[in-house]
Design a protein around this ligand. Structure first.
Ligand SMILES: NC(=O)c1ccc[n+]([C@@H]2O[C@H](COP(=O)([O-])OP(=O)(O)OC[C@H]3O[C@@H](n4cnc5c(N)ncnc54)[C@H](O)[C@@H]3O)[C@@H](O)[C@H]2O)c1
Length: 294
């Protein structure tokens, strides 16, 4: 199968990697040659790490790289593709512009997928002449490690498109779950619910961030507690998702003051060095003094 991936950033290069590893011919497209090169280099580095960890054989790595082509031409990337997956920025106007361009170059049977993590698939698909072939394939970061793909079914998506999307996801060795196009899909809605309640508990002085995280890690076998996860994802990203879910689904997603205050102070979590925890070189080295009674 020929798979075209649009956007070679965090998600796009990962989706290209797992698709090529599964035997598909992959075109990876971005708007600048440097970004395409960085995406391809990131794939090579992931594969080298896989070899070092004895998870990937030398021959698989070589064959994977052979199946990958980078380009800055959208037309070149998508022409002849059986599946196009867009992983361009999370902006409806860019998604619309990208999908309109895609549709003008592909066959009627080409599946058109979006990796959006929060936008309405139904709205994304609305610009297509044949929106029944649109579907959400919501991968998780890092794509080559995370097993889940949410298949998001838009109002317009046909049953055949869902079947083909499932086959693709199973074929690249990921596990699909199917969700209707509802705000936050399944994963973000539930994950964010837990995270926001944990932040409220910190704010109310119920327990420290470490004790809340330990409770979920040891009591519920979560690999990472909800407060640490918020710091890893980025508190600004968490806040944006909460504002969106609050607008769509109601007050239960109202962002707590402690989160707003941290974001306003530039305490965004791991990436800025401080969130609910203090971070150094990617590791937690302490707890932020700024918690409780916000
Ligand atoms: N980062 C995550 O953890 C994550 C997880 C799941 C889904 N997503 C979704 O995946 C999509 C991509 O996110 P990302 O984190 O990979 O972003 P990113 O910024 O790392 O990559 C986006 C890429 O798209 C390119 N781009 C910009 N404008 C473009 C255009 N007009 N046409 C084509 N390419 C363009 C950029 O150069 C960039 O390389 C978003 O919809 C995001 O919501 C992200």
């Amino acid at each position: 199968m020929h798979v075209a991936i649009l956007g070679a950033g965090t998600m796009g290069h990962g989706i290209a990697q797992v698709s090529a590893m599964a035997g598909h011919d992959v075109s990876l497209r971005d708007i600048e040659a440097d970004i395409v090169d960085d995406g391809l280099a990131a794939i090579e580095s992931n594969l080298q790490e896989g070899i070092a960890r004895e998870k990937v054989s030398e021959s698989t790595a070589e064959a994977t790289l052979d199946r990958l082509t980078g380009t800055t031409s959208l037309e070149e990337a998508v022409t002849g593709a059986d599946l196009v997956v867009e992983a361009v920025p999370e902006d409806m106007a860019i998604k619309h512009e990208t999908l309109t361009a895609v549709e003008s170059h592909v066959d009627p049977a080409t599946l058109i997928a979006s990796n959006t993590s929060s936008l309405s698939l139904t709205e994304i698909a609305s610009v297509l002449d044949s929106p029944e072939r649109a579907i959400g394939l919501h991968f998780f970061n890092p794509v080559h490690i995370m097993a889940l793909v949410e298949i998001v079914v838009a109002e317009q998506t046909s049953a055949e498109t869902v079947v083909r999307a499932r086959e693709f996801v199973n074929g690249i060795d990921k596990t699909p779950v199917e969700v209707a196009d509802a705000p936050g899909f399944a994963s973000s809605r539930l994950g964010v619910s837990l995270g926001v309640e944990a932040m409220r508990m910190v704010q109310e002085g119920v327990a420290t961030p470490q004790d809340i995280d330990t409770a979920m890690e040891l009591g519920y076998n979560h690999p990472m507690g909800p407060i640490e996860l918020g710091d890893v994802v980025g508190l600004d990203v968490r806040l944006d998702i909460l504002e969106y879910l609050r607008a769509e689904l109601g007050e239960r997603f109202r962002p707590p003051q402690i989160l707003k205050r941290k974001v306003r102070a530039g305490k965004l979590g791991k990436k800025s060095g401080e969130g609910f925890y203090v971070w150094e070189d990617g590791d937690i080295v302490g707890t932020s003094g700024d918690w409780g009674d916000a």
